[in-house]
Ligand binder design. Sequence first.
Ligand code: NAI
Length: 250
Amino acid sequence: MSRFADRIALVTGAASGIGLATARGLADGGATVFLADRDVEALKAARESLAGAPHEAIPLDVTDEQGWVALAERIRARFGKLDILVNNAGFGKFAAITDTTLDQWRSIIAVNLDSVFLGTKHMMPLLAASGCGAIVNMSSIRGIVAGANTGSYSAAKGGVRMFTKVTALECAAAGNGVRANSVHPGHIATPLTAPAYADPEIAKALLADVPLGRIGQADEVADAILFLASDESRYMTGAELVIDGGTTAQ
Ligand code: NAI
């Protein structure tokens, strides 16, 4: 219970998959959790699964700067600080570069990368007020190794990886006590990936890519996020944690 006692946490994309597993883990550890997501119906269901733990569900499109400003003001007015920010919301659409429109490119960059910039910028004063603020940004193995037909997604997730390191350096230079690290999951079973994994051909190809021989689970990524959000990782900043069953070790 004490791991996150008295901590205020915000998780984006918290209504589903890895974000929901992370929000649950934070709540189980004693944190007060803000669950932010643009899917209002899914947020309602997520709230039920956190019944009994202090939490708030916030409809937020992470690409909307005014939404971030309003949420920061709400957290400031209630708690005056934020201890943990998990920039998790995102999704991918996969196509060859020559088949990708500029609008499609921009929408992937906006949800996966602009969101991390906006969250970091607008939550930073509250994270600094914590004294032990922790930012965990969701990248992907696609932020480290490329794959054909992942142009906009890989560009966004690679951007998240480097942006996290810049954040870590700026916070260290400011001496504000905020750490920033990124996580890089491989093939993880969530509502985002379920349709692809339901195709036996795709599932077979993906499994062939995983030395541990199985697809990962949302809580296995959440465990890594919780570690980076906790004091157990107090000497880690600007680092990247890969959770991929060995895929990128090959
Ligand atoms: P998911 O689809 O289960 O959950 C993502 C959540 O983000 C959803 O609730 C969705 O409503 C929300 N979301 C999407 N766009 C949003 C926006 N503009 N504003 C607010 N909320 C928004 O997906 P999953 O798998 O849990 O993915 C979470 C993160 O993990 C994503 O950033 C994804 O790119 C990343 N990731 C996932 C992997 C996987 O294999 N599932 C592998 C590597 C990274």
